[in-house]
Design a protein around this ligand. Structure first.
Ligand code: FES
Length: 123
């Protein structure tokens, strides 16, 4: 009888890049991808980044264990992203920080994916 040990090799977990975003003036690092309700990796949304920053965003139709509906609009947040110059490089403030171009309209935090340098201002 052969008693060879079977060594199952699990597939390596994917390395998920972390990106820096600002929530209420605090810079935090969040993973670019987060597992959704079905376990599939999807882009991290603003509401998930705010949860990691321990900042409450009022919400009604969003639940982490359900698909995103995005119907109620209760989670509207103001946000901005780094401003780009004509040379497609970020515009830098005199103090060395990136200039943030505020979005003209609020967005629903439960369905808006984060991007590097994004700044979520207020609910
Ligand atoms: S929680 Fe309803 S639209 Fe975001």
């Amino acid at each position: 009888m052969s008693t060879a040990a079977t060594t199952e090799t699990k597939p390596a977990a994917p390395v998920i890049e972390k990106i820096k975003v600002k929530v209420d003036g605090r810079e935090i690092e969040v993973p670019r991808l987060t597992a959704d309700w079905s376990g599939k990796l999807t882009p991290t949304t603003m509401i998930q980044a705010c949860e990691q920053a321990k900042t409450d965003v009022p919400h009604y139709c969003w639940h982490p264990q359900l698909p995103v509906a995005g119907n109620c609009r209760m989670c509207l947040v103001e946000f901005g992203a780094p401003a780009m110059g004509p040379d497609r490089k970020p515009v830098i403030n005199p103090d060395g920080t990136a200039k943030i171009a505020k979005s003209p309209r609020p967005a629903i935090a439960c369905a808006t994916p984060i991007s590097p340098g994004m700044d979520r201002a207020s609910a």
